[in-house]
Design a protein around this ligand. Structure first.
Ligand code: PW5
Ligand code: FE
Length: 259
């Protein structure tokens, strides 16, 4: 966990930018998972939370898929996460946009700062839009899965959490990662306010969200490895909706077009 004194200077100009990136490089190389706390600082974290809550109150989130409540075995279905894709340049998403460019800065910084100039030997050259997710909190959860099981190009998952005063015992909503190769170990990550989590998106990190009993917000970005993305494009197995998520921000060379 890393406490970052946040100011409003651009991320790459912050005094602790370099050791943030070194943190990410070290943890990703050692564990394939990295957690940083106080990423934006209280003020900016709250601005992002307010934008997300405004979006949610406007009812623009897509309904989460229904999952049957296996536990009670009755047919009561529970909504999983409800989501909306945000580019960050929309009028009502300025602070979400700023979060996105700060995450871009630390990911690209780490990608370049690593001694061999790559993070995990990837060449990161693009990302999806931001997926803003809300678990409504009536036991809603997300089953154990791998984000990128079939080489669709996504190499790093970045999740920014927005949940203030979160009590994991009362509210649940724990993210449990089952890192491959650590058979008896799991990484339990509480979805705490202003916390950012990075992990390799592939089969190394199966993960689940345990049932949440309070509204649980998170913003996810997936970063692409250029080569894997290129290969995936040729195989046409890239989920069509993945293409709809594509984003080529000015500050990252655009993602190779998938024809
Ligand atoms: C829609 C969708 C959501 C997620 N979310 C999580 O894994 C939850 C992480 C957290 O909120 O802690 N993952 C995938 C592969 C898809 Br697709
Ligand atoms: Fe996931």
């Amino acid at each position: 966990n890393h406490s970052v004194v946040s100011t409003d200077v651009p991320m790459s100009k912050r005094s602790d930018y370099v050791d943030l990136c070194r943190n990410i490089i070290r943890d990703m190389d050692l564990y394939g998972v990295c957690v940083l706390d106080n990423f934006l600082g209280y003020e900016r974290g709250m601005s992002v939370l307010n934008e997300v809550m405004n979006l949610y109150s406007m009812g623009v989130f897509k309904d989460g898929e229904l999952v049957r409540n296996k536990a009670s075995n009755n047919l009561k279905t529970i909504r999983g996460d409800e989501i909306i894709w945000v580019d960050g340049r929309e009028n009502s998403c300025k602070h979400i946009g700023q979060l996105i460019s700060d995450v871009d800065s630390v990911v690209m910084g780490s990608n370049q700062m690593n001694d061999n100039g790559k993070l995990g030997n990837y060449t990161i050259n693009g990302r999806t839009k931001a997926m803003v997710a809300c678990y409504p909190g009536h036991g809603s959860h997300y089953v154990k899965h791998v984000d990128n099981p079939n080489k669709d190009g996504r190499c790093i998952t970045a999740i920014y959490y927005l949940n203030k005063d979160w009590d994991i015992k009362e509210n649940g909503g724990l993210l449990r990662i089952f890192p491959e190769g650590w058979s008896d170990q799991v990484a339990d990550i509480e979805p705490l306010f202003d916390r950012i989590l990075f992990f390799w998106s592939d089969r190394r990190n199966p993960h689940e969200v345990q049932p949440a009993f309070k509204t649980r917000y998170a913003i996810t970005l997936w970063y692409f490895d250029g080569n894997e993305k290129e290969e995936a494009g040729k195989k046409f197995h890239v989920a069509s909706d993945l293409n709809s998520m594509l984003h080529s921000p000015e500050n990252i060379s655009s993602i190779p077009s998938v024809d």
